[in-house]
Design a protein around this ligand. Structure first.
Ligand code: NAP
Ligand code: G4F
Length: 437
């Protein structure tokens, strides 16, 4: 019906100009003229569809063609917005087009309860997005990282293991952008749960891309790829053209996620991009990752809550940046005219030993007195050194990190000190008793 509405308007306009040209306007001539025009329009509409949502594509497709979910809302094949009137296309269709274009951007974030999810929510809310977050069912829900913005986020239940739940979430949120941050993201755990890691971190990406293809192929998609994909590569620094050599089931799963994103972009013309992000940290980082384990350990030792810090390989080197900065890069990637993959990192690398030394220095302690090497934290296969070559993201997206290595260490240690500090009321009590003494 929508197409018929389009056709009615086009025919009406074209036959008028045809008649105005003074050419003989017999019924037969009109019919053959229109059949040629329609054929061309069909070709144009196909091209436009391939080129995403332009204004002409919107009408050529018919509103319902683009927003298939609308058809379900109307509960009828005939879309009210596009129903033709005696005058051709109704004003409502124009109005609807304008309202669709002017509507708030909507984002769906998988992994919204994770470190990056929490920073991305803040960023998108500040940009006036309508934000939806996918959360998986758990007997105890932990919204620790997003508690402060919970009232402004729509939470939807779903799991990367379950494609149907992803379709439902997309239909409900009707996002313009999807950020796939959900994953089994802890490298060490990926050896113990290699199949689960593959199911979530690798196949989960295919499920989500399939859901997008079914619900609305105009959605822009961001895949959280990782520098772990470079693993043991002999090339340094690593950029978008560096070959992958993953060293863990996690790294292997991320390589799959990366290539399926590229493949769906090339096969189905989706706006799907892969951000190859190097390690990014902050006070919201999970306690199992080395930087947070160190900042937490240092704060505990400083406050007399622990005596030592047990770590694995101190010589491993990583390119560490602040997670908030990296979420800006994710967003920038989805605002570009063309989908492209980017490496995101600081371009500087430091060892675990250097991180630990800087963290202890922050509280005036010598790391050598407290750090013990514990072989149980070593990995079956290690990634020894990673460092980004972020030239493309800098030159094309204008992105650069705002927090240096020293600042990152300092802000993480200070945040853990604040968190673990005895409550203020104890300090006040202490001050009073000190005053009495
Ligand atoms: P994170 O803190 O571990 O968060 C992971 C998120 O995924 C959590 O919200 C978790 O939900 C969710 N999740 C896990 N399994 C799921 C499933 N089956 N279905 C739905 N959700 C599921 O990770 P992050 O540091 O924020 O990283 C975000 C993404 O970037 C991950 O994909 C990670 O692999 C990737 N990445 C991270 C870094 C980095 O340095 N941080 C670098 C490169 C790439 P629960 O709260 O329920 O567990
Ligand atoms: O902090 P990590 O566990 O991070 P890893 O393995 O680099 O992975 C993180 O960054 C990736 C990006 O490259 C993400 F894709 C991934 O999701 C995750 O966010 O370990 C960093 C290094 C490793 O070489 C590890 O062997 O620190 C070494 N390390 C030494 N002692 C330790 C420890 N790692 C942990 N987790 N715990 C230790 O006690």
């Amino acid at each position: 019906m929508c197409r018929r509405a389009m056709r009615a308007r086009r025919d009406c306009r074209l036959t008028k100009s045809f008649a105005a040209s003074g050419v003989c306007f017999s019924a037969r001539a009109r019919r053959s003229f229109l059949s040629v025009v329609r054929k061309r329009a069909r070709q144009r509409s196909l091209l436009a569809r391939r080129r995403r949502l332009t204004r002409s594509a919107f009408f050529a497709e018919g509103v319902c063609g683009i927003k298939r979910s609308l058809r379900e809302i109307h509960g009828t094949v005939e879309c009210l917005h596009c129903k033709p009137t005696a005058k051709g296309l109704p004003e409502r269709a124009e109005g609807f087009y304008a309202s669709v274009m002017a509507r708030k951007k909507r984002a769906l974030i998988t992994g919204v309860t994770g470190q990056d999810g929490s920073y991305l929510v803040e960023l998108l809310l500040a940009k006036d997005y309508e934000v939806y977050g996918l959360v998986r069912r758990s007997s105890v829900q932990s919204f620790e990282r997003i508690g402060h913005v919970l009232a402004r986020v729509h939470l939807l239940s779903g799991d990367l293991l379950d494609e149907r739940s992803l379709v439902t979430a997309l239909e409900e949120a009707q996002p313009t952008e999807v950020y796939n941050l959900a994953a089994q993201s802890f490298v060490k755990a990926s050896w113990d749960q290699a199949v689960l890691t593959g199911e979530v971190t690798a196949l989960g990406v295919t499920r989500l891309l399939n859901a997008i293809k079914t619900v609305d192929p105009s959605i822009r998609f961001y895949q959280a790829s990782s520098s772990e994909m470079f693993g043991n590569t002999p090339h340094s620094p690593q950029n978008e053209d560096t070959p992958f050599y993953p060293r863990s089931p996690y790294g292997v799963a991320k390589v799959y996620g990366h290539w399926i994103t590229v493949n769906y972009r090339e096969s189905y013309n989706l706006f799907a991009v892969s951000g190859i992000l190097f390690n990014h940290e902050g006070p919201r980082r999970g306690l199992e990752f080395v930087t947070r384990k160190i900042s937490d350990g240092v704060a505990r030792i400083k406050l007399g809550l622990a005596r030592e810090l047990r770590l694995g390989n101190l010589e491993a080197k990583r390119d560490w940046g602040f997670a908030g900065d990296y979420c800006t890069a994710m967003w920038l990637m989805l605002q570009q005219p063309e989908p492209r993959d980017y490496v995101v990192g600081t371009g500087r690398t430091h060892s675990v030993r250097e991180f630990a030394a800087a963290a202890f220095r922050e509280v005036g302690l010598d790391w050598r007195k407290y750090v013990k090497v514990d072989r149980s934290f070593l990995r079956p296969a290690e990634v020894h050194r990673l460092v980004a070559d972020p030239r493309r993201v800098r030159s094309e997206l204008g992105w650069k990190p705002s927090v240096s290595f020293r600042e990152l260490v300092s802000l993480m240690v200070r945040a853990d000190l604040r968190r673990l500090q005895p409550p203020e009321v104890v300090l006040v009590g202490e001050r009073r008793s000190a005053a009495r003494r």
